[in-house]
Design a protein around this ligand. Structure first.
Ligand code: HPA
Length: 274
C-alpha cells in the first residue's frame, strides 16, 4: 500500500500513547486552557510529528495533547495551521487527515470571530450552523484523495445536526445563552473593510473569521462529524465605531473562554453517545 504522510503521522502518535480517542478538539485563539485540564496527558509538539507541514517553525507553541477530559479520551490540538500563514489549503488540513487516520469520528472546532450580526456582543458563544466561503480555493482542489472520500461531496449537513442539538442541550443545562449563526470565511491576515463586512451581512453572515472552514470541508469529505463553536471577540469592522486591534480582540477573551470551556468539557463527555 502507498504510504500517506498523514498515516505515518498517525502511526507516530499511536506509538506515543495507548489512548485511542474518537473525539478531537481544535482550540482557537484564547481557548488553550482546556488542554491543560486533560488528565494522564501525553503532549506531542507538532514539530515532532513526521510529515506535519512546516513553513518555518512558526508553530513552536503548537502541540497535540492526548488525554482524558471529563473521563473521556480526547485528542486536543492546541494551535492550528492558517492559510494566511502561507500554508496551502491542502497543507492547512493535514491535521484533519491525520486525525482521521488516528480514528477520530467527531471533530469539535473552535475559533474566535468578529460579529457581523449587530445583535451579538463580544464574549458571546455562537453555534456555527453553516458557512460562506466567498472565494475560490478548496483544501480538496487537485487530486482527490480517493482513500479518504469522494471527488464531489455533500455539504448540506456539514455542521452535524445531531451534534448541534447536543451542544444546544448542553448549553441550556449550563444556563448559557448559546447564539446560532452563519460563519463567513475570509483569508486574512488583514481584517475586513467595512464594505466587505456589509457585503458579508448582505450574503447572510453573522460571523467572520480566518479559520475553521477549510477544516470543516476536509472533515466532511472524509466522513468526520463536525461541531463548530465560535467565541465573539469583537464586532466586525464598521459595525461599531472604532478600529480593530489586538487589544480590542483580546479584551473579550476571559468572558468568552469562561463560557466556552465548561461547555466544551460537557460536550466531550456526551458526544460519543450522540
Ligand atoms: N475578522 C476576521 N477574523 C477575526 C475577527 C474579525 O473581525 N475577529 C477575530 N478573528
Amino acid at each position: 500500500m502507498m504510504a500517506f504522510p498523514y498515516i505515518e503521522a498517525a502511526e507516530y502518535i499511536k506509538s506515543k500513547t495507548q489512548l485511542r480517542p474518537q473525539t478531537a478538539l481544535v482550540l482557537g485563539t484564547g481557548l488553550g486552557g482546556i488542554a491543560d485540564t486533560a488528565e494522564e496527558a501525553v503532549v506531542i509538539p507538532y514539530g515532532d510529528i513526521p510529515g506535519f507541514p512546516d513553513i518555518g517553525g512558526n508553530w513552536h507553541k503548537c502541540r497535540l495533547v492526548l488525554g482524558y477530559i471529563g473521563g473521556v479520551p480526547a485528542a486536543v490540538m492546541q494551535g492550528r495551521l492558517h492559510y494566511y500563514e502561507g500554508y496551502s489549503m491542502r497543507e492547512a488540513v493535514f491535521p484533519v487527515h491525520m486525525l482521521k487516520a488516528l480514528g477520530i469520528c467527531n471533530l469539535v472546532l473552535t475559533n474566535a470571530s468578529g460579529a457581523v450580526n449587530a445583535e451579538f456582543a463580544p464574549g458571546d458563544v455562537v453555534l456555527i450552523e453553516d458557512h460562506i466561503k466567498p472565494w475560490f480555493d478548496s483544501p480538496l482542489r487537485g487530486r482527490n484523495p480517493e482513500e479518504l472520500g469522494e471527488r464531489f461531496f455533500d455539504m448540506t449537513n456539514a455542521y452535524d445536526r445531531k451534534l448541534r442539538d447536543l451542544a444546544a442541550e448542553r448549553a441550556k443545562a449550563l444556563g448559557l445563552d448559546l447564539k446560532r449563526g452563519v460563519y463567513a470565511y475570509m483569508a486574512g491576515p488583514q481584517f475586513e473593510t467595512p464594505a466587505e463586512i456589509r457585503m458579508l451581512k448582505t450574503l447572510g453572515a453573522d460571523l467572520v473569521g480566518m479559520s475553521t472552514v477549510p477544516e470543516v470541508i476536509a472533515a466532511v469529505h472524509c466522513g468526520i462529524r463536525v461541531l463548530a463553536l465560535s467565541g465573539v471577540s469583537n464586532m466586525a469592522a464598521g459595525i461599531e465605531n472604532g478600529g480593530l486591534n489586538r487589544e480590542v480582540i483580546d479584551s473579550a477573551e476571559p468572558l468568552m473562554s469562561s463560557r466556552m470551556l465548561p461547555l466544551l468539557r460537557d460536550i466531550i463527555k456526551v458526544i460519543g453517545e450522540a
